[in-house]
Write a protein that binds this ligand. Structure first.
Ligand SMILES: Nc1ncnc2c1ncn2[C@@H]1O[C@H](COP(=O)(O)OP(=O)(O)OP(=O)(O)O)[C@@H](O)[C@H]1O
Ligand SMILES: [Mg+2]
Length: 258
């Protein structure tokens, strides 16, 4: 199983849009078995897939006193989409800060244990973790569990400057989870202009992998109302075509952990 954390500390860069569309394409086009983990208290991914946090959620699993990876497995729900299951988020995730990890009220290792458990039983091909725009207990848990981290980025100066902090967090977590690889930066809401071109060059010059970009399209907003992935609502729109191309790239890559 490949476990990919979809992360950026910056908000609104298409982490959730990427998670739900990549999950849908993996499941529908490539018949992969996908687990989506919603690590964000905003619960956008949970709502998108119509899941109910009351029936199970990540915050419950992270509270170590509730007990173990088997309890975490019980938090997983089916979605009405073939091939996609979800471990929902909940508002409680907002209250689970890093201090909770230090004083052991939160088990940041639980997601890692859950992933190992799911690998033993070969239940999924992919686990995609939609991270919050913050570094908290849930994002720490995601980076401890993941084999790869994918960073959606909007190519503007604010985002590029915000990267230093993000990369520091990733390097710190690599000391605890040396298997964690940077899959690359994914330019989102892309449009052709000198700035996006230069920003991609800056990333490449920094030695980073830049994944094939996702073009800007109005259909992305419409998708959030329809609660259906772009390949269903607007299969010919630029972003749907680009997400399909991205998934083909991901499948070629094979990944570090599965
Ligand atoms: N390719 C695209 N073209 C145009 N708009 C897009 C595209 N991808 C995403 N968006 C829009 O950008 C906004 C933010 O997307 P999304 O919620 O996926 O970001 P996020 O990084 O998950 O945000 P947050 O940090 O709040 O979790 C949404 O309104 C979404 O519809
Ligand atoms: Mg989001």
């Amino acid at each position: 199983m490949r476990t990919i954390a979809i992360m950026n500390l910056k908000g609104g860069v298409a982490k959730t849009t990427t998670t739900v569309n990549v999950a849908a394409i993996l499941a529908r086009d490539h018949k992969k078995r996908v687990l989506v983990v919603d690590a964000d208290s905003q619960c956008n991914t949970t709502e998108f897939f119509g899941a109910d946090p009351e029936c199970g959620n990540l915050a419950r699993a992270l509270k170590s006193s509730w007990g173990g990876e088997l309890f975490a497995v019980q938090q997983i729900q089916r979605t009405d989409r073939d091939g996609v299951d979800i471990l929902p988020g909940s508002e409680e995730l907002m209250d689970l800060g890093l201090s909770g990890v230090e004083d052991k009220a939160v088990d940041a290792e639980i997601l890692r244990k859950l992933v190992r458990e799911l690998e033993v039983v070969d239940r999924y091909d992919f686990c995609l973790v939609d991270c919050p725009p913050a570094f908290n207990a849930a994002s720490a848990a995601a980076l401890l569990a993941a084999g790869e981290v994918l960073i959606p980025i909007k190519l503007d100066a604010f985002s590029l400057r915000g990267m230093t902090n993000l990369m520091r967090q990733i390097y710190n977590m690599q000391e605890i989870n040396p298997a964690l690889e940077l899959l690359g930066f994914l330019p989102t809401m892309w449009y052709p202009c000198r700035y996006t071109h230069d920003a991609e060059e800056t990333l490449r010059d920094g030695g980073y992998t830049v994944l094939p970009h996702i073009r800007r399209t109005d259909k992305a907003d419409a998708m959030t109302f329809d609660q259906r992935p772009l390949i269903e609502t607007s299969p010919r729109c630029a972003a749907a075509v680009d997400y399909r191309r991205l998934v083909r790239e991901l499948l070629k890559g094979g990944g570090g952990n599965g």
